[in-house]
Ligand binder design. Structure first.
Ligand SMILES: C[S@@+](CC[C@H](N)C(=O)[O-])C[C@H]1O[C@@H](n2cnc3c(N)ncnc32)[C@H](O)[C@@H]1O
Length: 372
């Protein structure tokens, strides 16, 4: 972790980062006004004068400096994922939408990144007062903003996996077929939380953290084990935790050093929550295979390391690992050791379900049979 502004990604070499997962402060969302004003007094002047479009542009100009740095540090073929929400705001009696997602797309495209199909993250809000405007009387009611975006970009041409070692890491980093079907949908509705052992401090409440599952999915969709993942707006350290849980290296920049304690607490509590999460992936996979068997569609392939059936050949090389320990190696640096999950040690894992433990796996003459 580096507690400094990401407008200069100090000590991050050119073309060194495989994946960026981040969520900046959102322009024109009031909770971030003070931060934008502190960095540039002109933002305050524009807001005071009710010049929304000017304030919006000045705020984005601050973020642009970070996007410019990403252009320098991301490798060719590397992926950048930006979680951002638009802002609907009334200034001087005028209500309007400030479209941050389109402003960020324009900037990154102008820097040479290619925009790939994006994800809409649909957030459920059940509050009856969520509707704005003239209530039931047309035409002055406004559509509620119930989603954010995960914008996805690639730098240059597709990544190549030239060496034998990288090809092997790529195979081990594959995800399950049914996860592919869910994760690669362009609307995410169903992000699971994970126990994070966090104190609900004021700092946490105003952190605007994204869920662990959001970062975990992106890390696993767009990088392989051993890669370097960067979050220039680290906040409570969610990206760092997702990268650690996924056997990736990570670097985070956070301008507000008061997040240090919360990040360190999260990393300390990560072993049990990450292992619980990985066990739940395995559980869900076994249940998925079980339901296919019931439906008369037994799996054709087998994940060698887990002795579990799978739908596609690309899953055969998957290797899942638990975190064995995490230790501090320098003031702001942590390192983890991992233990591979195998058919032998699944029985000893307290956090996998009985369905997984009791599944008997047999391979006969190239055919796999799973009995539950
Ligand atoms: C939306 S929050 C990120 C939340 C994070 N994804 C998480 O899960 O906790 C944005 C963070 O960026 C930080 N920040 C704002 N400007 C920054 C800058 N120039 N450099 C680094 N961090 C910055 C803020 O202090 C805030 O913690």
């Amino acid at each position: 972790m580096v507690y400094a502004s990401a407008t200069k990604l100090l000590n991050v070499p050119d073309s060194s980062v495989d994946l960026v997962v981040t969520s900046p402060p959102y322009p024109m969302i009031e909770m971030w006004d003070a931060d934008f004003c502190r960095a540039d007094e002109r933002v305050n002047t524009a807001l005071q004068a009710n010049e929304g479009a000017v304030a919006f542009e000045l705020m984005h100009t601050q973020l642009d400096e970070v996007w410019q740095e990403l252009e320098r540090v991301v490798k060719t073929g590397g992926i950048v994922c930006v979680n951002i929400g638009d802002a609907a705001r009334t200034l001087d009696g005028v209500f309007q939408l400030h479209s941050s997602h389109s402003r960020v797309i324009s900037k990154l495209v102008s820097l040479g990144f290619q925009n790939l199909p994006n994800i809409i993250w649909r957030k459920s809000t059940n509050a009856p007062n969520k509707f704005m405007g003239s209530g039931m009387l047309p035409p002055g009611a406004y559509v509620t903003l119930e989603h954010e975006y995960i914008l996805i970009f690639r730098k240059g041409s597709k990544r190549q996996f030239a060496s034998k070692e990288l090809k092997q890491l790529r195979r081990e980093s594959a995800y399950f077929w049914e996860e592919r079907n869910q994760w690669f949908s362009d609307v995410w509705l169903d992000l699971r939380g994970v126990r994070q052992g966090l104190n609900r401090t004021k700092l946490r409440a105003r952190s605007a953290a994204f869920p662990f599952e959001l970062a975990y999915r992106i890390v696993n969709m767009f990088s392989v084990k051993g890669d370097i993942v960067l979050d220039p707006f680290l906040g409570t350290g969610t990206t760092l935790c997702a990268a650690l849980a996924s056997e990736r290296n990570s670097i985070g920049f956070e301008i507000d050093a008061s997040f240090r304690q919360i990040i360190e607490e999260r990393v300390s509590a990560l072993k049990s929550s990450a292992n619980e999460y990985i066990a739940s992936r395995l559980d869900q996979h076994i249940r998925h295979i079980e339901s296919r068997i019931v439906d008369g569609k037994p799996p054709k392939f087998m994940i060698e390391s887990l002795g579990a059936g799978c739908v596609s050949r690309q899953e055969c090389g998957i290797v899942l690992c638990n975190i064995e320990d995490i230790r501090r190696t320098a003031a702001n640096t942590f390192e983890a050791n991992y233990k591979q999950i195998t058919t032998c040690n699944i029985q000893a894992m307290s956090n996998v379900s009985e369905a997984v433990k009791q599944s008997k796996r047999t391979v006969t003459g190239g055919q796999i049979r799973l009995d539950f």
